[in-house]
Design a protein around this ligand. Structure first.
Ligand SMILES: [Zn+2]
Length: 231
């Protein structure tokens, strides 16, 4: 299958892989990269209108970089794929293992950075997102959190590796961080190998109502990137 435009999921996974290269190599932890993407045009016109993706894109475009690529069409009714459909979107956040202070992970960091960015958006933009999506914060202080969840519920995460489900450090897993958020779809490059623990991220995310999809063709590269520093 050939396409003139680079395949969207490949492009986003490559961005996540590039992020993983920023990790300070660790002999006791994986190096992972993660990206959060807000798609604009989807083929499912039903969700386009009910999710207000185009209006959201217009509101947020001045604050986030745009990405355009081809992707398989998502037709929820027919369950069919039509390759090569153009999808636009915004890269809302990207991060990597140990980017933030402490023993932090890529996926949780990408979520934290997005939450921070959204708190910093002009009040008028935050209120417009609320008006558009119908999210209802309990009070003024809860406004950024409501905006964050409203945007995240329409976004996709890309991670070079399956989100962790158990951490030897006892800290909160990325799977729990994702389940505590409104994110509903995660694309991964490779399953977590049992180097440290038996990961149940995919299983737990699916059980919690999060779609987990595999972007094929990056397994070796993602594993190699993850194990940098382990030799
Ligand atoms: Zn993790």
């Amino acid at each position: 299958m050939s396409s003139e435009r680079p395949e969207l999921h490949d492009t986003l996974l490559r961005i996540a892989l590039r992020e993983s290269k920023n990790c300070v190599p660790s002999p006791t932890a994986f190096s992972v990269g993660a990206v959060i993407f807000l798609p604009r045009s989807l083929v499912t016109t039903k969700s386009d209108t009910s999710n207000h993706l185009d209006e959201l894109h217009t509101l947020l475009e001045p604050f986030f970089p745009t990405l355009i690529g081809a992707a398989a069409a998502i037709d929820e009714d027919a369950g069919q794929e039509d390759p090569g459909v153009e999808v636009q979107g915004l890269i809302l956040s990207s991060s990597y293992s140990r980017a933030l202070e402490g023993n932090t992970h890529a996926e949780a960091n990408a979520l934290t950075l997005l939450e921070r960015k959204i708190s910093g958006l002009p009040l008028q933009v935050q209120q417009s997102v609320l008006a558009l999506t119908g999210a209802q914060p309990a009070n003024q202080e809860a406004l950024p959190a409501a905006v964050y969840q409203a945007i995240l519920s329409r976004s996709w995460m890309y991670a070079t590796m399956e989100p962790c489900s158990r951490r030897t450090s006892g800290l909160r897993s990325c799977t729990d961080a994702i389940l505590a958020s409104s994110l509903k779809r995660v694309y991964i490059g490779v399953q977590e190998p049992p180097d440290y623990v038996q990961c149940e991220g995919i299983h737990l995310l699916k059980a919690g109502g999060v779609e987990v999809l595999h972007v094929p063709g990056f397994e070796e590269e993602c594993l190699k990137a993850a194990r940098r520093g382990l030799e």
